[in-house]
Design a protein around this ligand. Structure first.
Ligand SMILES: [Mn+2]
Length: 434
């Protein structure tokens, strides 16, 4: 017998991946853990008979010859699969998008890639084989894909996730039903916790990133905390958040979210024995190992050691800067710009920056004789300079605030370079200048 299973606290990606495998490999039985997320539970209460799935206690382990594991690669995250762990006569396949290197399930075949949702890997294979899906199957697969990619908006989303979504929509996936189950049950208790977090935010700044740290004591089990933490980060406009939920006197669960490439919460949570992705991760920590204040200290220590060096203005500026004296004629300036293929020159006198002339300023010339006039008459005197250690994002803010495209870079009163809109855009879009 062939079975497919996934992790406890099953989310839609895990459930969709289980169901996807039962469709892709007919005859495979889906084994869904007893503990599933609240929204998955709600979905299963009305839909479970539509799929080839059973709970683990209904499984006859002796008959299993092949095990497919989806959305995890760790034994401890599976439900009641211990009986299979030591059997070497079972063929094991893994489909997963967690790349944290914690995997301890031995495998005969695996498909493990960085992608928004595990189910996208399975859908990619369905597309390849031309599998036809009915609207119900398409909808559950879309639920998994949308949940793990935030409707294709999370930074982890790849082109393959989008192709997978297109395929499911072609096969009749129902967006209304998907929306019904993806909108989390948001009740008073979640709202109270959100307000408590907003009131007690402790924010720390590391390398210009603002990180929120919170500790919340739970007096009962609360579902959908991950959704609340995600919402909290967005409302407070924090680059990353780490919320420690004290479950009881035995353990705490840290839920972390990041909205920037500069902070990899998955790597931090991995150090605490948990896991996840760069943007979303969690860890459960035993109190005897670390108390909640110690957890926060440890997170801060890990963040400091992780810190990636940001590019500074000095790294993206252009230099040397072409400078002309104020008596240069407009014709000469135009010739210099054409010869050097640049869009602006600074007008300087000694160390002093008097103004700037950019390509645009030539439009001011209406009469032929004006070409022989001094640049002084046409230059813009509005000069905003930046220091070399400023961040590119600050240069972009100054450009939009003052509506200017060139910022001289000044270090200790000396002009050392110039940063243009093109330099900033090139940096943000990761395009290498040619
Ligand atoms: Mn997943």
């Amino acid at each position: 017998m062939q079975i497919v299973t996934s992790h406890k606290n099953t989310d839609f990606d895990a459930l969709a991946s289980i169901i996807g495998i039962t469709i892709l490999f007919p005859g495979t039985l889906g084994v869904v853990p007893k503990m599933v997320n609240a929204n998955v539970d709600k979905f299963l209460s009305t839909h479970k008979t539509a799929f080839n799935i059973i709970p683990p206690n209904d499984l006859n382990f002796e008959n299993v010859t092949k095990l497919t594991v989806v959305d995890t690669d760790q034994w401890r995250r599976l439900d009641r699969m211990e009986k299979l762990r030591d059997r070497d006569d079972i063929e094991i396949h893994i489909w997963d998008h967690h790349m944290n290197g914690n995997g301890d399930i031995r495998w005969d075949w695996k498909c493990q890639e960085k992608i928004g949702a595990t189910v996208s890997l399975i859908i990619r294979e369905m597309r390849k084989q031309g599998v036809k899906l009915n609207p119900l199957d398409s909808t559950i697969l879309l639920l998994g894909l949308y949940e793990d990619t935030g409707h294709l908006t999370y930074r982890s989303t790849t082109p393959d996730d989008a192709y997978a979504a297109a395929y499911l929509l072609e096969n009749g996936a129902d967006l209304n039903i998907a929306a019904t189950f993806l909108n989390p049950p948001y009740e008073k208790i979640q709202k109270d916790i959100l307000f408590e977090m907003m009131r007690d935010t402790k924010s720390v700044s590391i390398d210009n990133r603002t990180i929120g740290m919170n500790t919340v004591t739970l007096d009962r089990k609360v579902t959908d905390l991950a959704v609340v933490v995600g919402m909290y980060r967005k409302i407070m406009n924090l680059d990353a958040v780490f919320v420690t939920f004290i479950n009881d006197n035995k353990s705490s669960t840290v839920i972390a979210r990041s909205g920037t490439d500069m902070i990899d919460v998955g790597a931090v949570m991995k150090e605490l024995g948990g896991g996840g992705h760069p943007g979303a991760a969690s860890a459960t920590v035993k109190t005897k190992d670390l108390s909640s204040p110690q957890i926060q200290e440890e997170i801060l220590r890990l963040l400091h050691s992780q810190h990636k060096e940001d590019a500074k203005i000095a790294d993206i500026m252009s230099f040397p800067v072409t400078q002309v004296p104020p008596t240069t004629t407009m014709r000469e300036v135009q010739q210099i710009m054409a010869a050097q293929k640049i869009r602006g020159v600074l007008v300087t006198e000694g160390e002093r920056i008097l103004g700037i002339v950019v390509l645009w300023d030539f439009k001011k010339i209406k009469q032929e004789r004006q070409w022989n006039m001094n640049v002084k008459a046409f230059m813009s005197r509005k000069i905003v300079s930046v220091p070399p250690d400023a961040l590119p994002v600050h240069a972009a803010e100054m450009m939009s605030e003052h509506d200017i495209g060139h910022l001289p870079v000044v270090h200790e009163g000396k002009l050392i370079g110039i940063v243009t809109r093109t330099d900033v855009l090139t940096y943000f879009y990761g395009i290498l200048p040619d």
